[in-house]
Design a protein around this ligand. Structure first.
Ligand code: FMN
Length: 276
């Protein structure tokens, strides 16, 4: 049930909803309000573009009222200069305060994060959170001890074990190569049959990084944890990662450092113009 409702009194018959629907399932007959083409209702992706584009706020769908959306009035979005500085100024933070992030702030970030784009608007991501640094300490200790025993027992393939010895050796010296002393982790997972599972996971983390850093938090992508989890898949159970699901992860917390300036990497990517 799409529950597509048009408020006749508000609708100006402008046709924007008909034009913007990505699957073209909205039609308008004569001077009537737009309606869903019944035979094609099953194609709806639930993207809510009809609700979002209507200047008059006349369209509700899927139980969502336009009055509950945030208005996008002119000047409401951050400027290019502000977003550009965020992209240039965000850093991988590897020093953290030993403190939990305010749960209200975390909820706000995760609520916003649920709005990230997903392929075909499937929205099948799960955000798994270590939001308590005591839990992080326990997981870290278990992961390192598990890795240490597996290495000693020769349970890790030789090709992987040379890399694996490093985090364990460092951990014993008090250097946290995998978790970077971060109090929290966000592990994003997607089922393997989601149309764009890998892209969805990475995108969500990239958006989280920008949201979190704009809120004064530090973040760092954690490829090292991917390595640990592929060497010791049993640890995925502790993180609640379902069998076969794709995942990636980011560490975060209040930073113990502040960067004074941006880095200079404008030449960090090759740009090639395509002409056909
Ligand atoms: C997919 C990915 C995985 C990463 N894994 C780690 C990691 O395991 N540990 C770490 O300290 N940094 C990790 N990084 C951070 C990169 O080293 C970092 O982005 C790069 O050095 C540039 O620094 P900047 O992020 O401060 O600009 C990772 C980054 C990406 C994009």
């Amino acid at each position: 049930m799409l529950n597509f409702i048009v408020d006749d009194a508000r609708c100006t018959r402008c046709g924007l909803c008909v034009k913007d629907c990505p699957v073209r399932i909205i039609e308008r007959q004569g001077d009537a309000c737009p309606t869903i083409i019944a035979a094609e209702a099953g194609d709806c992706m639930g993207c809510q573009h009809c609700l979002a584009i209507c200047p008059a706020g006349a369209i509700s769908i899927l139980g969502r009222s336009p009055d509950d959306s945030r208005p996008l009035t002119s000047g409401a979005l951050p400027t290019l200069a502000a977003v550009e500085l965020l992209v240039r100024g965000r850093r991988s933070v590897r020093q953290y305060r030993a403190e939990n992030v305010d749960p209200a702030l975390l909820k706000r970030l995760l609520d916003a994060l649920a709005n990230v784009p997903t392929g075909v608007n499937r929205q099948e991501l799960t955000f798994r959170l270590i939001d308590d640094r005591a839990v992080m300490e326990r997981f870290k200790a278990k992961a390192m001890s598990d890795l240490r025993s597996a290495l000693a027992a020769g349970e890790i393939p030789e090709a992987m074990s040379s890399i694996g010895r490093l985090p364990v050796a460092y951990f014993e010296e008090g250097r946290d190569l995998v978790f970077r002393g971060a109090p929290h982790a966000l592990i994003v997972t997607a089922p393997p049959d989601a149309p764009c599972a890998r892209e969805d996971v990475s995108l969500a983390l990239a958006y989280f990084e920008l949201l979190a850093q704009s809120a004064g938090l530090g973040t760092v992508w954690c490829g090292m944890l991917s390595w640990v989890l592929s060497a010791r898949p049993n640890l995925k159970t502790d993180l609640g990662i379902p069998e076969g699901h794709l995942h990636y992860q980011m560490l975060f917390g209040y930073p113990a450092v502040q960067y004074a300036r941006t880095v200079q990497r404008d030449d960090g990517a090759r740009v090639e113009r395509i002409s056909i």
